[in-house]
Design a protein around this ligand. Structure first.
Ligand code: SAH
Length: 352
């Protein structure tokens, strides 16, 4: 039993079964034993590889997309250049390198990282030197905001509900013979139709975070690019655990495995709109990167001797690899040009 499993078991004995959201929150962020609090999970030696860790072109293209949005909006200065959930800081380092090509932009940027893990904050400081760390998106200053998030929303806690033909019940983590086990709550009266076997997941924290970001963009200008694996409106049971690049039982080794769920982009888009920002249609990562010129960038890097550029391009954009599973949602102020590679969300499609 891990140290965290013992803590969780004690809590369940004292307080009863806990929601998946409580379980995820504790497993990922417990100050002594939480996954992100103690680990550097990225890369071949870790548990998963994210797009910026695959190749520099990912962060560069993200940076250039934000740079074009900054130019399109008249080069506001000063502005916040932010990342939420920056991991090792690789994406921001690559984006900054690309942004330095744009006269005046890097000088006007106040680089701000929203990160909860003290361990990863240190990794980010070592990588990026001059950065301001914030705990929450709500703490972002009231000024133009150009923000990127890659594989952040999938790490936020979810609640999960299952329909048995009569009613919804919530998936809980309980004890069975002293071991952590899934259980179902008594019926929960959700205002949502369902059929036997349906699974509905809710990420309660996500809309508030998007509202904090989009609210600043609507009020002061800016843009946000949210990239994650997921889809539009409901995807069934997506709660998963990864360790050493392989799926594992999410209850087996709390604190040692990464826990995630697929991101539902529909509520994120609704939240951004509700605070007056414009949102894009959801694009696939493959289409988005290709629209930004990833193909040409990879060809140029390959011609210059980068032996990994072609394979990285394939990994990032091929529908059978990350190209289709990962999606991109962009946010910008009403009336400004769309973020490069995206187009305005059709409201009818949104309401369908
Ligand atoms: N964007 C990076 C890392 C993704 S992993 C990449 O693409 O490589 C998720 C990141 O979000 C980690 O840095 C983790 O510590 C951070 N994180 C998780 N929950 C968070 C929260 N509630 N608030 C801020 N950061 C959080």
């Amino acid at each position: 039993m891990t140290a965290l499993a013992a803590i969780l078991a004690g809590r369940i004995r004292a307080e009863g079964p806990m929601t998946l959201a409580d379980y995820m929150q504790t497993c990922l962020l417990h100050p002594d034993h939480g996954y992100y609090a103690t680990h550097d999970p990225f890369g071949q030696a870790g548990d998963f590889v994210t797009a910026p860790e695959i190749h520099q072109m990912f962060g560069e293209l993200c940076g250039l997309a934000l740079a074009q949005a900054w130019l399109d909006q008249g080069c506001p200065a000063p502005f916040t250049l932010a990342e939420i959930g920056p991991g090792r800081g690789t994406l921001m380092a690559d984006a900054l390198r690309a942004i330095r090509v744009v006269p005046g932009m890097a000088e006007a940027a106040q680089v701000t990282l929203i990160e909860v893990s003290p361990h990863l904050r240190q990794v980010q400081r070592d990588r990026l030197a001059q950065v301001l760390h914030l705990d929450r998106a709500e703490d972002l200053p009231d000024q133009p905001l150009f923000l990127i998030a890659n594989e952040f929303f999938d790490a936020l806690p979810i609640r999960q509900f299952r329909h048995n033909g009569q009613a919804w019940a919530e998936t809980m983590v309980a004890l069975d013979g002293g071991r952590l086990a899934f259980a179902l709550s008594p019926p929960v009266p959700l205002a949502r139709a369902g059929r036997a076997g349906d699974v509905h997941e809710i990420c309660s924290a996500a809309p508030g975070i998007v509202a904090a970001i989009a609210g600043r963009i609507a009020a002061h200008g800016g843009a946000a690019i949210l990239i994650d694996y997921g889809n539009w409106d409901g995807q069934g049971d997506t709660f998963q655990a990864l360790r050493h690049h392989a799926p594992v039982d999410p209850l087996a080794e709390p604190g040692l495995a990464d826990l995630t769920a697929h991101v539902d982009f529909a509520p994120l888009a609704r939240s951004a709109r509700s605070v007056g920002a414009q949102v894009s249609a959801m694009e696939t990562q493959g289409d988005w990167l290709r629209a930004l010129g990833a193909g040409q960038r990879a060809a140029r890097l390959a011609a210059a001797g980068d032996a990994g550029a072609d394979a990285a391009l394939k990994r990032l954009t091929d529908p059978a690899e990350m190209g289709q599973l990962f999606k991109v949602l962009a946010i910008w102020p009403q009336g400004a040009p769309p973020v490069p590679g995206t187009k305005v969300l059709d409201e009818d499609a949104d309401n369908a």
